[in-house]
Design a binder for this molecule. Structure first.
Ligand code: 5AD
Ligand code: SF4
Length: 438
């Protein structure tokens, strides 16, 4: 309990970059800061927190330009405190305060439970920096306010963090640290609390979620969560092909609450490049794995990530990626131009000509868009079920997600937020579907 607590709450503005894990972390941080309520307006804030991403160069640079924009707010309001959290905080530490002196607080992803103390410290006019990897489980120590405030029907829940795979391009093993799983009993309790607060769907998060080992495997955790009354849907992300075990595949066949959607990044279709990426699987083994997953759950919607222009990638390597995408037929796929990350093994290798990489990215994105669009159009006339998340823009319309994660507008809906309703798809648009309730 802080003694400085006043009757009028201070205002907290959080801006979140990057992955879903950051979204989850931002929620937890906001709940841990007693005496604050969240605002959508940076100008009103007494505390600004940027929860940052370091995955690609562009993401990291955005932080500094945003901090530059925030600085004048501090000139107007000297009491305003500015903090940087997340993976840029972890990777750059003190350097952030040197580059942008308006920053009062820098906190790495493993130290969020120390945020309340750090806040008190900056309130007293000092700066605070913490980028440790402490032994203790931050989530167990992260004070919630015991709030029972209603939540949106779909929520993220982090179950595993960090990565031991060391793909040659990736900063995550350095920014998020070694793989750690949260104990299953805590995860299940948190899911029950979320359900009490109105949540109907949880997405279990981890950088390598299918390597989960919190006293159970991920498949066992999914089955345990499926027994939680009131929890209607379960998803998990992100998975590594090498950790996709038989039992998890079987769970897709036998657990109704597990949604038919799987994000399974492969990064490249070329075995030579996969090897250079330190992926320890081949294009062929990935394709066979998808075959087995589709045997278990024929309608599963596949999603993936791709990097183009990885060092030494030739046109033939890139063509192998295009061929793999053709073969898998992804419902969703995310493609990125390789971005050099300091300290990673690939950073010192021969880089692909940027114009060439741009051109490959374009070709891949054209193919991906065509696939996504075709799959989306194939939904027209089909009966799906939608978790209603909010009111739509048009009168009488509600907006939600299908089991395949498509955004669906339900016309003339007769449903409440949090309901799972059967619909028939009537129209496919670029980024969403339209449906009527049945
Ligand atoms: N450059 C480009 N894309 C990257 N990713 C990870 N590191 C890099 C990098 N250095 C992509 C991968 C990963 C996704 C989250 O981001 O495709 O799956
Ligand atoms: Fe970004 Fe990766 Fe960190 Fe998520 S874990 S915030 S994607 S660098």
């Amino acid at each position: 309990m802080s003694e400085t607590k006043t009757d009028t709450p201070k205002k907290l503005f959080i801006k979140t970059y990057g992955c879903q894990m950051n979204v989850y972390d931002s929620e937890r941080m906001a709940e841990s800061l007693e005496g604050y309520e969240q605002t959508d307006n940076a100008e009103d804030a007494d505390m600004i927190l940027l929860n940052t991403c370091h995955i690609r160069e562009k993401a990291a640079e955005k932080v500094y330009s945003e901090l530059g924009r925030m600085k004048p707010l501090k000139d107007l309001k000297p009491d305003l405190k500015i903090g940087v959290a997340g993976c840029v905080a972890q990777a750059e530490g003190e350097e952030i305060m040197r580059r942008q002196p308006a920053v009062d607080l820098v906190v790495g992803p493993q130290s969020y439970h120390r945020l309340p103390e750090m806040e008190e410290r900056v309130r007293s006019g000092k700066t605070a920096l913490d980028t440790d990897f402490p032994e203790e489980d931050k989530f167990a120590h992260l004070k919630g306010r015991g709030t029972k405030a209603r939540r949106a029907p779909a929520a993220f829940l982090t179950v595993q963090e960090g990565c031991d795979k060391f793909c040659a391009f990736c900063v995550v093993p350095y920014t998020r640290g070694a793989e750690v799983s949260r104990p299953a009993d805590r995860v299940i309790r948190e899911a029950q609390e979320l359900v009490e607060r109105g949540v109907r769907e949880v997405t279990l998060l981890g950088q390598n979620v299918n390597a989960y080992h919190g006293g159970m495997t991920l498949a066992q955790l999914v089955r345990a969560l499926a027994k939680v009354d009131g929890l209607e849907r379960i998803r998990y992300t992100t998975s590594h092909p090498n950790d996709m075990d038989d039992d998890l595949i079987a769970a897709h066949a036998d657990t109704d609450k597990l949604m038919p959607y799987l994000h399974l990044p492969v990064q490249s279709g070329s075995d030579r490049i996969l090897k250079r990426m330190n992926r320890s699987h081949t294009a062929e083994s990935y394709l066979r794995l998808i075959e087995r997953i589709r045997e278990a759950r024929p309608d599963i919607m596949m999603s993936g990530d791709f990097i183009v222009g990885f060092p030494e990638e030739t046109e033939a390597d890139f063509q192998a990626t295009m061929d793999l995408v053709e073969e898998v037929n992804y419902g969703y796929a995310y493609s990125f131009k390789y971005s050099t990350r300091p300290g990673t093994p690939a950073a010192s290798r021969a880089q692909v000509d940027p114009a060439e990489a741009d051109e490959r990215l374009q070709r891949l994105q054209t193919l991906i868009t065509r696939q996504q669009r075709a799959i989306q159009e194939s939904m027209v006339g089909r009966d799906l079920s939608v978790l209603v998340e909010k009111a739509g823009r048009k009168e009488g319309q509600m907006l939600g997600k299908s089991e395949y994660l498509h955004a669906v507008h339900i016309d003339a809906a007769n449903a409440q937020i949090g309901d799972v309703v059967p619909v028939r798809i009537t129209r496919a648009m670029t980024n969403s579907l339209t449906a009527e309730q049945i």
